[in-house]
Design a protein. Structure first.
Length: 395
């Protein structure tokens, strides 16, 4: 069968210009079975090209331009689409021509949803995370900011984006053969709102199946966070960790240290340095960071989907303390310690720092869980099933 894959961004695992969404398409598309002939169309919204493995797998590749940001800004008051979706909507005609010779389509990312239904092909759409909920959550967290525009105007804009995303999700749902997100909880909530089945396909873990880390490298007073440090939910998480949770840890473990590792740290993240806190920007290999941590801490309250780096920590055998929000999409159990408030999170971290036997027990549970984590080939197989089912059942 011939498949047209339409991606809102280049499918890339580039550490500087990629993100969690581009990583999914970069990992899945090259691993689709050989009986699927892949034709790739992607919006060139960033400097990184598609991964070499994606280009080698595709029978044809079609970069798509975006409207200028000025045009998008001027269209904002009149459009019913989220702004980034509006920038891609002009490609509808070109994509219809590409779709004419295909048997099915896979549309990756909400901002590419403006081109659905693609000539009435059977379409599998992948929103990754429900953007309407993300923007609604962000609007609720806008409080007392003294920057321009004022926080109330920013919150209004986020609510507008949420409303537009909600309409786009509903319209896309009506045209899609299958609707996919990453997180099972998000899938259940979205299914109730849309009145249809929504499938959860959790991400694969690149480190799944690897030997667990070497325990001799662990630094017993080192707490860490690994993740992109200009992504708003991660900025919120590390700010809470450094300003509110970690000081409580230091009261009981004065020698404790906190490492915030990830690419593109914002000025606000860099300002967290001090009192045992360091920032490690653009580390070459996150495995080196996880190898040293006594515990990884993910304490965010915002964001959707599943945190890839939290899953990577578990895959490598690193104990994790997490808020319930950051643990979305990861099966609960003794491998993942969770709490809600600052004091309870700090208490869990302190226990793992001061009690080697407790940490050893958690590490054993983590290793057992890591052996059950799914790989990217397994994830790609699930997408292939959904695409083939969509073609088979398309009326």
């Amino acid at each position: 069968m011939k498949l047209l894959a339409v991606c809102e961004s280049p499918p890339t695992s580039d550490p500087e210009h990629g993100n969690g969404s581009t990583l999914i398409s970069a990992r899945v598309l090259p691993l689709l079975p050989p009986d699927i002939e892949l034709h790739l169309a992607y919006f060139a919204d960033r400097p990184a090209p598609p991964d070499a493995a994606v280009l080698a797998r595709a029978a044809s590749v079609h970069p798509l331009p975006l409207a200028s940001s000025t045009v998008g800004l001027l269209a904002t008051p009149f459009s019913r689409l989220p702004r980034a979706t509006q920038l891609r909507a002009d490609a509808r005609g070109a994509l219809l021509r590409l779709a004419a010779g295909c048997d099915a389509a896979y549309v990756h990312g909400l901002h590419a949803f403006g081109v659905v239904p693609l000539g009435r092909l059977p379409v599998v759409v992948h929103e990754i995370d429900p953007w309407s909920d993300y923007w609604a959550d962000r609007a609720r967290t806008r409080r007392g900011r003294l920057s321009w525009p004022p926080w109330s105007l920013r919150a209004w804009y986020d609510r507008l984006q949420a409303a537009r995303a909600r309409r786009l999700e509903a319209a896309t749902s009506a045209a899609a053969s299958a609707y996919v997100v990453v997180n099972p909880q998000d899938a259940a909530a979205l299914a109730e709102r849309l009145g249809r089945d929504v499938t959860a396909v959790p991400n694969g873990v690149g480190f799944a199946g690897m030997p667990p880390r070497d325990g001799s490298l662990v630094e017993e007073t080192l707490v860490g966070f690994v993740g992109t440090l200009d992504y708003a939910p991660n900025v919120e998480a590390v700010t809470r960790l450094a300003r509110r949770v970690f000081p409580l840890v230091r009261r009981q473990v004065p020698g404790a240290r906190l490492a915030l590792a990830g690419r593109r740290p914002t000025s606000g993240v860099l300002a967290l340095v001090g009192d045992g806190v360091t920032v490690l920007p653009d580390v070459p290999d996150v495995r080196d960071v996880f190898a040293r941590l006594a515990v990884a801490a993910y304490v965010g309250r915002t964001g959707r989907g599943t945190k890839n780096t939290l899953a990577e920590a578990l895959a490598l055998g690193c104990p994790v303390v997490s808020s319930r929000e950051s643990a979305r999409g990861v099966a609960p159990g003794p491998h993942l310690l969770q709490a809600a408030d600052d004091a309870a999170l700090a208490a869990l971290i302190v226990r793992l720092l001061l009690d080697p036997a407790a940490r050893a027990g958690v590490e054993a549970a983590v290793r057992a869980f890591a052996g059950r984590m799914q790989t990217w080939p397994e994830v790609a197989g699930r997408y292939a099933e959904l695409i083939k089912e969509a073609k088979e059942h398309h009326g």
